[in-house]
Design a protein around this ligand. Structure first.
Ligand code: FAD
Length: 441
């Protein structure tokens, strides 16, 4: 259970640690150079380079998929932070080049191929690599870049930046001149780059030892499928209801086709189920998967779980395929006959296109659950909520005094934006709003 105090303490600790790690290289570089008098702009330009490179190195830590790094934040919040930090790191590294170039013509030689061709090539490469990194992230959808290719090149370009940056610092050698300083700097750079290898090589190797197979593929409603997986020769995974996994189906665990999906079954069931909506190239093939197909599962991950709530009344505001974590949580409450007060506000297109309509009906009859469907196109004679989930729907279905309530929000981005903004305008503290975004990149 996360209380306000714990959340604030953890957030503060996390930010302080990140800041210390970002400026640590500056402190390392300043040892033995307290008297350096190359002028303010040169020192400032160099400092930007050190900080920018440290931020780039920390990007590997942020994306290393270690649950403890993010808790109690969600993966989407961590990756949003990673994205913002990436833009800032780009600014620092570009600032480093621009300021040094403008401050002293002595630095022009670093990009002059006639002075030192390999050095000029490597440093121009870094400027290009980090700019491509940022541009392809910001405009990925606009450029029509396939997600898997973006993910692969993203890691490779980041590796180039950190590797060349480290070699550059060693070659300049002005600030990192002592052997111990070089060992510390190279050690940190190798550790950061090693995390990427750990993620892309070591983890898949471990996954290979624990294969799964598909046992069932069933259509829930049009374009939405539930796929069931059984562990082969091992005990499976332990997870909390609401968590997600990364899955590879019918492919090697090293494949780029690894996608995140929330587990829609209860942790008390033997096999695990994922409910998947057709969206793009991978998900539109789900209905064709044959039982018996091999799979690899990495996880579980995520903090969209009930143990994050310290309140007596949990309110789930969900839309479309964002139903999956809530379904798992409610199934788990049912398995444990947990009668805690729950409200589910669930927005979908129509009753026929609502996955698990009947299941929610049964669960809400058995448990202390107030189920509120919001249909964009309601059936004839429907007297319930209609249209999209908005402040009006929320006001009508959430107690006026919501001090004992905690909120779980998952659904399409426009719905999440409206709900999060409304809750924040109502004054609900951030640690009482748990969000999971399915569009993390
Ligand atoms: C934490 C989390 C939980 C999710 N749970 C579910 C769920 O329970 N059910 C469900 O139907 N969907 C879920 N999704 C969304 C699902 O991962 C994407 O719909 C799916 O990966 C799309 O793949 P595609 O190749 O079919 O579509 P594309 O057209 O290739 O991609 C559509 C969008 O999906 C995202 N995406 C694509 N591939 C990946 C990938 N390998 N890793 C991360 N994001 C990717 C990108 O934002 C991309 O723009 C979840 C996503 C996240 C982040």
């Amino acid at each position: 259970m996360v209380t306000k105090g714990e959340f604030v303490k953890y957030s503060a600790k996390w930010l302080i640690l990140f800041t210390v790690l970002v400026i640590a290289p500056l402190l390392l570089a300043s040892i033995g150079h307290g008297e350096s008098n190359r002028g303010f702009w040169v020192e400032f330009g160099v400092a930007l380079g050190f900080v920018g490179l440290a931020m780039m190195g920390l990007q590997f830590v942020l994306t290393a998929r270690y649950s403890k790094i993010g808790a109690p934040f969600g993966l989407d919040e961590l990756l949003q932070f990673h994205g913002q930090a990436g833009y800032i790191a780009w600014g620092f590294i570009m600032g480093h080049f621009i300021i040094l170039f403008a401050a002293d013509s002595e630095f022009h030689k670093f990009l002059d191929p006639f002075v030192n061709f390999p050095r000029a090539l490597a440093l121009s490469g870094v400027i290009l690599a980090i700019t491509i990194l940022v541009a392809t992230t910001y405009w990925r959808e606009k450029f029509g870049i396939i997600y898997e290719w973006w993910r692969a090149t993203h890691g490779a370009l980041a590796l180039i930046v950190v590797f060349v940056g480290t070699v550059h610092i060693m070659q300049v050698g002005f600030y990192i001149s002592e052997l111990w300083q070089q060992i510390v700097w190279v050690g940190f750079s190798l550790a950061a780059m090693g995390l990427l290898l750990h993620n892309r090589v070591w983890r898949p190797m471990k996954m290979k030892e624990k294969p799964w197979k598909v046992t069932k593929v069933e259509e829930e409603v049009e374009d939405t499928w539930t796929v069931e997986f059984e562990p082969v020769g091992h005990e499976g995974i332990e997870f909390s209801a609401g968590q997600f996994v990364w899955i590879t189906i019918g492919d090697s665990p090293f494949s780029l086709q690894q996608h995140p999906f929330t587990i829609s079954s209860s942790p008390d069931e033997e096999n695990i189920q994922l409910t998947i909506k057709e969206l793009g190239d991978f998900t539109s093939t789900i209905g064709e998967i044959e039982p018996g197909t091999g799979a690899y599962i990495e996880g579980p991950y995520g903090n969209f779980i009930l143990s994050q709530s310290a309140s007596t009344h949990n309110i789930f505001i969900i839309g479309g395929i964002g139903v999956t974590p809530t379904l798992s949580i409610l199934k788990s409450l049912r398995d444990r006959q947990d009668q805690r007060k729950t409200t589910v506000i669930y927005g979908t297109k129509s009753q026929e296109l609502t996955p698990f309509y009947e299941e929610f009906k049964t669960i809400s009859e058995e448990l202390n659950v107030n189920m509120v469907h919001v249909f964009e196109e309601p059936p004839k004679g429907w007297e319930g909520e209609t249209g999209f989930i908005d402040e009006g729907v929320m006001k009508r279905n959430i107690p006026e005094d919501f001090t004992n309530c905690e909120f779980f929000v998952c659904g399409p981005p426009p719905m999440m934006d409206v709900v999060e903004m409304t809750l924040s305008e109502w004054g609900v503290p951030v640690y009482k709003i748990h969000s999971e975004r399915f569009n993390i990149a």
